[in-house]
Write a protein that binds this ligand. Structure first.
Ligand code: NAD
Length: 470
């Protein structure tokens, strides 16, 4: 078992280029992260190529056993990992935050280990016989973002290892320590060279990973513009891609809801991880007949949820992870205010404070064409749009180029399903928003990406389909 101090000491570089890491809540220096270059990446890829031969030669049960041992190791160091995550990412220990994320890493490591391997008989009759197998691809390059850095890295790592691939992970620059520590803990039990991490800039190390002819698949989670660059970079080698990209999720509230009954779930759908969640509610369309009650009920809940330094147990909302994100939210809320939209709550950050705290913000009576509605603001600000015609609400919900998640809120399931069927998104939730399950495929429609993670689909995504016929 590691303590926070031993974990940090084990990953503090003793040579090479480094970057100082500051707590986004307090500005306090928390550690020093390694920054590697393209030469280090290439050496690591070679190590992963070599290790893949013996890893793929293990039996499936042996690989599953290793994944369970890795999950045990994460569990044994869970509190230390959660503290590091809280200090580096900013998210509180408590609530659906740092401890929750580390717990998710355990679940999302065990589930791919326990999922039966997909081997399918395709044809077995007079016309012939064929079965589909799923072979290892080779080396999987994984690139993760800073919002749920440990959990998203695990989503990429665990299925890839299960299917006989080795992995080279490139974490986001601003959450390097969290991912390096997580991988160090897993490597206490995994064979050498199977799971590797190369921290470094996206524009050099990330780019080189996506161009390498020795990388057989890229699992990328991040913004849509970087996803598009990766499509171009990977074209030369026809590298397989799973792209989990940006979103701007719409929720539609039908006239038959009980506003007080849905307020808490609406709140967490939008504000989990202080809004820094790809599949969080980012635009709420509420029917005119219940608009004022829904806004009031949501404001009642939102005003009581404590935001503050993550290590203080009472807090369940934290700062924004980096100043650039604070500035994006600030700019978009200011634009909404300037347009005459009504600030119900928040919208008044202390820009001189040390921490990147942006207050929980609700903006009502906003023009559906306002930038705060149309852009992915990725923070704790929710625009609430009034509608009278459901067809118009559906049209606006579908009007953007992205389509990750969406939700419909109603006390009539049949009506909710009817509206849900018309929404363009990878997932549409009914009376909740953003809940994920390790066996339910997750991914985006339109420019929110392609490919699916989790469940059997997720295992197939990191394997080469191989038909045996005859
Ligand atoms: P980002 O695209 O800026 O960075 C993501 C990762 O890509 C980082 O590790 C970065 O270093 C790397 N990168 C940057 N340029 C690169 C390049 N040219 N080649 C290869 N790698 C490169 O995204 P971010 O700001 O870290 O994360 C926020 C974004 O991620 C939001 O748009 C959010 O919606 C999205 N996201 C999507 C999902 C999903 O499941 N669809 C989940 C979480 C976050």
């Amino acid at each position: 078992m590691n303590t926070y101090e031993s974990l940090l000491a084990a990953i503090t570089p003793t040579s090479g280029e480094t970057r100082e890491v500051f707590d986004p809540a307090t500005g306090e220096l928390i550690g020093t992260a390694p920054v590697q270059d393209v030469a280090a990446l290439e050496a690591t890829i070679d190590k992963a190529v070599a290790a893949q031969v013996s890893w793929a030669a293990l039996s499936d049960d042996e690989r599953r056993g290793y994944l369970h041992k890795a999950a045990d190791a994460i569990e044994a160091s869970a509190e230390a990992l959660a503290e590091l995550l809280s200090r580096e990412q900013g998210k509180p220990l408590n609530g659906p935050n740092a401890r929750f994320e580390v717990g998710g890493c355990v679940v999302w490591t065990r589930t791919p280990a326990d999922t039966p391997l997909p081997v399918e008989v395709l044809v077995d009759d007079d016309s012939g016989y064929a079965e589909m197998h799923y072979r290892p691809l080779g080396v999987v390059g994984a690139i993760s973002p800073w919002n749920w850095p440990m959990m998203i890295s695990i989503w990429q790592i665990a299925p890839a290892l299960r299917m006989g691939n080795t992995v080279v992970m490139k974490p986001a620059e601003t959450t390097t320590l969290s991912v390096v520590a997580l991988i160090a803990v897993m490597n206490q039990v995994l064979p050498e060279g199977v799971l590797n991490v190369v921290p470094g800039p996206g524009s050099t190390v990330g780019d080189a990973l996506t161009r390498s002819p020795k990388i057989n698949k890229i699992m990328f989670t991040g913004s849509t513009p970087v996803g598009k660059r990766i499509i171009e970079a990977s074209a030369n080698n026809v590298t397989r891609l799973t792209l989990e990209l940006g979103g701007n999720d719409a929720g539609i509230v039908l006239p038959d809801v009980d506003p007080k009954a849905i307020a808490e779930d609406l709140f967490w759908g939008a504000f989990i991880n202080t809004g820094q969640t790809c599949a969080a509610l980012k635009r709420l369309y509420v029917h005119d007949s219940v608009y004022d009650e829904v806004v009031a009920a949501l404001a009642d809940v939102a005003a009581k949820v404590p935001m503050g330094v993550g290590l203080e147990e009472q807090n369940v909302l934290g700062p924004l992870q980096n100043r650039a994100q604070f500035d994006v939210v600030d700019r978009l809320v200011e634009a909404a205010k300037a347009s005459g939209a009504r600030v119900v709550l928040g919208g008044d950050p202390d820009r001189t404070a040390v921490g990147n705290f942006y207050p929980t913000t609700l903006i009502a009576d906003i023009d559906p064409q306002n930038e705060l509605v149309l852009e992915e603001q990725f923070g704790p600000a929710l625009p609430i749009i009034r509608y009278t015609d459901i067809d118009e609400a559906v049209r606006q919900a579908n009007a953007l180029e992205v389509g990750l998640g969406s939700s419909v809120w109603s006390s009539d399931r049949a009506k909710a399903l009817e509206v849900a069927a018309r929404l363009q998104a990878g997932t549409t939730w009914i009376n909740s928003h953003g809940g994920l399950h390790p066996m339910i495929p997750f991914g985006g429609a339109k420019q929110s990406g392609y490919g699916r993670e989790f469940g059997v689909e997720g295992l197939k995504a990191v394997a080469e389909p191989h038909v045996i016929s005859g």
